[in-house]
Design a protein. Structure first.
Ligand SMILES: [Mn+2]
Length: 270
């Protein structure tokens, strides 16, 4: 009975199989996927179908997963996908925006959480979006107004602006500016705390979302989404597991109870 986390797969099916061989999964184990299972022109449907072979897969949704759901929503709702694709679509659509593992007191999200959110707040905001994805009528309406750069969370946001802002926090956020707004343009590397400054690091008025606070409402937060961090935040309580597999890097796995890491070098075409 071991719990594992796997970072951003991005359709890299053969690399995922390599990593799963290393994890030596057995019945009773649980595997949390940190989001972006799909979406870099690799074998998206193949990865989703492979989840059938993984014991208790726990899907957290990333920005690419939501885009994939939107792209295939019409065909899914008309029932014209293949049987396997119908099942795969439904499994992805049932994914979460945030998951919390009580045994290790770990919060898992694709991109991040807003500064100041408690654990209960985070899970309830995630549930708001999950409820929309799970409602055929609301989901269709949401996908019609899908894109928006709402960059500043406020509790009094309502309607689709609220939904889009929550989705931006959970699935797109990296940097926050001095006005406490999300900056969606910077995707590059960040100086590790205690590290040495390099020239391609971000402007001084931006900081990573996880640097906005020194303590979390849980033991640790694990996230993906940010390949240029190369799996390093410089902090033990905020752990990145995106090894940039989609860019020829590694797919990262992590054991939840011990923090032990596993790496598979990407063998899929990128
Ligand atoms: Mn992402």
């Amino acid at each position: 009975m071991t719990d594992f986390i796997i970072g951003d797969v991005h359709g890299c099916l053969d690399t995922l199989k390599l990593l799963c061989d290393q994890l030596q999964l057995s019945q009773g184990d649980r595997v949390y996927f940190l989001g972006d299972l799909v979406g870099k022109n690799n074998d998206d449907w193949g990865v989703l179908r492979f989840l059938e072979e993984i014991p208790a897969p726990q899907v957290i949704l990333g920005n690419h997963d939501l885009h994939f759901l939107r792209v295939h929503h019409q065909k899914w709702s008309e029932g014209v996908l293949s049987d396997h694709q119908m099942t795969s679509y439904q499994r992805l659509q049932a994914g979460a925006l945030a998951k919390w593992d009580p045994n290790s007191d770990t919060l898992m999200v694709h991109a991040g959480i807003w500064p100041g959110w408690s654990l209960a707040t985070t899970l309830s905001y995630a549930a708001e979006v999950e409820a929309i994805l799970g409602d055929p009528v609301l989901c269709k309406q949401y996908f019609a107004v899908f894109y928006g750069d709402e960059n500043e969370w406020r509790q009094d946001l309502i309607g689709w602006k609220r939904v889009r802002c929550l989705v931006n926090v959970f699935t797109r956020m990296r940097m926050i500016n001095q006005q406490a707004q999300m900056d969606f343009s910077f995707t590059g590397p960040v100086e590790p705390q205690g590290g040495t400054k390099k020239t391609n690091y971000p402007p001084d008025d931006l900081m990573p979302w996880y640097s906005t606070r020194s303590e979390w409402p849980c033991q640790q937060i694990v996230f993906g989404h940010w390949a240029m961090l190369h799996g390093e935040t410089g902090r033990k309580d905020v752990i990145n597991c995106d090894g940039g597999c989609a860019y020829g890097g590694q797919l990262i796995g992590m054991r939840l109870d011990t923090g032990e890491r596993y790496m598979a070098n990407c063998i899929d075409p990128v």
